[in-house]
Design a protein around this ligand. Sequence first.
Ligand code: HEC
Ligand code: HEC
Length: 329
Amino acid sequence: MVKLTSALSISVLAGWAGVSLAAEPPRIPVNFPQPEAGQYVHVPPTLADLEEATIHPELKRVIRRGHDLFVNTQQLRGENVFNDMNCSSCHLGEGAQPFSAPVWPAAVVLPNFRSKNQQVNSLEERIAGCFSFSMNGKPPEYGSDNLLALAAYHQWLAKGVPIYQPGDSLYGRGYPIGQPDAEPSYERGQVLYEANCSICHAENGGGLRVGDDVQYPAVWGDASYNWGAGITRISTLAGFIHNNMPLGQPRSMSVQDSWDLADYINSQERPQDPRYTGDVAETRALYLDTFHKSTYYGLEKQGRLLGDHDNLGEKDFLKPGALRPRFFE
Ligand code: HEC
Ligand code: HEC
């Protein structure tokens, strides 16, 4: 058994021999698990590495712009973003942190079939998905300067990873978590929330916004993600919490606590799913197998039928045009 003590041994294990390594150790917080044999470990380059890179200065400028949009997506508020989120609200470490759904995998596994929308997606389309659901918004136009800049930032983070490296081999991808021992409990979740989370995210889930500055994003309500967002799946939110919250204390909430917290948070109301047909039961049924089987949308919780409303949050349209089917005929 190889003992993993340094960036070098991790990378050798992952089959990285021959690839030059970043000088600094991987940004893996101490309480994250070490990679398993056969996993592909990638240490994304930093913005400092960007300045050193031998690429065209104009490309550097575009990648910097993509980074700026990623960490301060609120600059697109009212145009593309209609809630209190930045991309980095859910993709910590500027989109580079393992177990915080680092975004570089999308640059190397796409184009690929995506079960959520049952078609082959490009990197731009994947980014557009997070705008439509997680940001309760409307993606920048395909081919626009802003979408190009964001895609360029994702590809920069993926620098050196072989294209079509199998997605399930990527160390730290997504928000992984095991199954809970007991059924998730709303009541236990509420107690945990009030003790560990409400100091930042507020008792009513609304977070804290001071003027245009979002200090703590909303975990439910109008300023939060909508009912179509990936993080409305209980397992996904549980995995996010376990690996990332409270801020700066990854894995301090146990697996069970994280599921209980996810049950509590995702039993609260939020803006409508952009795929809404006008009937919550019908919408749930339509996307049950591909999505809503893991959410509480359209189910009765605490005496309320969740998602049974026309509330779009802060935007005045339901379905952004970018959510369109493809036809290869
Ligand atoms: C409310 C939380 C949230 C916000 C805000 C958010 N995302 Fe995501 N993002 C997710 C979730 C959940 C996933 C899916 C993770 C999973 O299931 O593995 C995801 C996945 C992704 C992926 C695919 C990663 C992979 O492993 O293939 C990309 C790329 C991405 N997001 C980009 C963005 C961009 C760009 C923004 C800002 C415009 C953004 N996200 C905002 C929650 C969020
Ligand atoms: C010290 C303040 C703080 C505490 C305590 C805290 N969070 Fe957060 N949380 C944040 C910040 C800040 C972000 C956005 C990340 C960023 O911008 O770097 C965030 C992001 C989130 C998100 C994703 C974005 C959103 O608004 O949906 C969720 C979900 C979340 N936290 C849940 C929790 C839960 C559950 C707890 C308690 C176990 C918790 N947080 C405790 C500060 C905190």
